[in-house]
Design a protein around this ligand. Structure first.
Ligand code: ADP
Ligand code: ZN
Length: 430
């Protein structure tokens, strides 16, 4: 099923022509209206007329997170204030907020993309969406909300937290789809287990759109089992509309990037040169269909890889691998590079391990990991716990080359945040 079959299956050559046309319009718009880009273009001796092919994208400047902050609040605005329909800010997991402006047309375009995602995953007007993301300045909930309404789903704007109320809404109104962070999804699965509820028997859930944080395939399986749903990976960032920038189709193998709206590059974060297809690198996105705040070559810092093969679903928009983390997520522990995702992959692959964990780095540059046990993970025999602890230490050492301390804690002992999960506490920088 397609929301917009023509555009979703547009042949590559026609898609490229559309992209070029839109890139030219975007370059002309920022060159005419945004002083920051006027300076950047002048420094590179580039004018919009130089953009004659998609390869000329490389003549355009990058835009970074720091540029957005430096131009806060209105420095990147490309329309008159009266033409702005909504303000969002980034959720601010990394420092000060960034201001993002959307015109009426931008909001409609964003909702269109989300509508494609819903229909791509098989959602229809018969579905009931419980949106468990944060409503407000964060794009996470609202951007998905309007796309769902476009398709005609019934939307329950639940927001995150208050799990008893979530459960009541699900049961009373027959929720079939949830939109949720991986950490809250796992927490919720725990709650069902504690209450003795079985999702397939006691709830009507079918799908979960899971995103806003990186997670592994192992975590996907845990969520699917715990909630009795099909999990679809949902990627986005406030700078590019929020959720719906890239989404999994029924194949659940890679996320289609809506390439008529975003021009996609994957580069080596160190050298800024393109990597070859299929190699991991930093995702860089250029908006192709935005009025209020177009962004050229935005460095997302998210690490992924292109899947060059066409998708069996028939969509021609290319896919990216699940985001494995941010370029700046990497921890250096005793001189060794460690990604939090490596730790998650190990932990979520061990059945006796529960659904939450916390990595702490202390003043001596030691890494310790607190790991929740699964509800059924402890049979009362202390030596089993010791064995499990040793097994986790050994697997983490093999994966990361750092030998961590591991502390096993009861299910539910670790804090759960309503927004994005905080998995790493680095006391070394305090
Ligand atoms: P902030 O940058 O303050 O966290 P956003 O709310 O815009 O603000 O978050 C976007 C970021 O969230 C992305 O750049 C990415 O790092 C992460 N993210 C969003 N969706 C996913 C996903 N499906 N998988 C992995 N990471 C994701
Ligand atoms: Zn597909």
């Amino acid at each position: 099923m397609f929301w917009d079959r023509v555009i979703e299956t547009l042949e590559r050559a026609a898609l490229a022509r559309l992209q070029l046309e839109r890139l030219q319009t975007t370059a002309a718009r920022v060159a005419a209206r945004v002083p920051f880009y006027q300076r950047q273009l002048a420094a590179r001796h580039v004018t919009p007329d130089h953009i004659r092919s998609l390869d000329d994208l490389r003549r355009l400047p990058f835009t970074t997170n720091a540029d957005l902050r430096a131009n806060y609040p209105e420095g990147l605005l490309a329309v008159d204030r009266r033409d702005v329909a909504r303000l969002h800010t980034s959720s601010g997991t990394t420092g000060k907020p960034k201001a993002l402006f959307f015109s009426r047309r931008d909001l409609d375009a964003a909702a269109e993309l989300v509508a494609r995602c819903f229909v791509m995953t098989g959602a229809t007007a018969d579905d009931v969406l419980q949106n468990m993301m944060t409503y407000g300045l964060f794009t996470g909930a609202l951007m998905l909300h309007y796309g769902a309404e476009k398709v005609g789903l019934m939307v329950i704007p639940a927001g995150p937290g208050n799990s008893d109320r979530q459960l009541m809404l699900m049961q009373d109104f027959g929720t079939t789809i949830i939109h949720v962070t991986p950490s809250y999804a796992l927490y919720f699965a725990d709650l069902l287990e504690k209450r003795g509820l079985r999702p397939c028997r006691d709830l009507t859930l079918r799908k979960a759109y899971v995103g806003a944080e990186p997670y592994t395939e192992e975590t996907r399986h845990k969520i699917e089992q715990g909630l009795g749903v099909d999990v679809y990976n949902c990627y986005g960032l406030s700078e590019m509309n929020g959720p719906g920038v890239a989404f999994e189709c029924g194949q659940k193998h890679g996320l289609h990037v809506w390439e008529d709206n975003f021009l996609l590059e994957i580069i080596d974060p160190e050298t800024s040169e393109p990597v070859s297809d299929g190699q991991p690198g930093e995702l860089v996105l250029t908006t192709l269909n935005r009025e209020a705040m177009p962004l050229l070559r935005y460095r997302t810092r998210d690490i992924t890889a292109l899947i060059p093969e066409p998708c069996p679903c028939g969509r021609t928009h290319r896919r990216i691998q699940r985001i494995t983390g941010r370029a700046d997520d990497m921890l250096i522990v005793r001189g060794v590079n460690v990604y939090p995702q490596q730790i998650e992959r190990v932990l979520m692959g061990i059945p006796a391990v529960g659904r939450n964990y916390l990595i702490t780095l202390d003043g001596l540059d030691d890494m310790s990991v607190q790991v929740e046990l699964a509800e059924s993970g402890f049979d009362g025999q202390v030596e089993h716990l010791v064995n499990l602890q040793n097994q986790i230490i050994e697997r983490l050492r093999a994966e990361t080359l750092v030998k961590p301390k591991v502390e096993l804690v009861p299910p539910g002992a670790l804090p759960v945040s309503e927004g994005k999960a905080k998995r790493v506490v680095d006391r070394r920088r305090l």
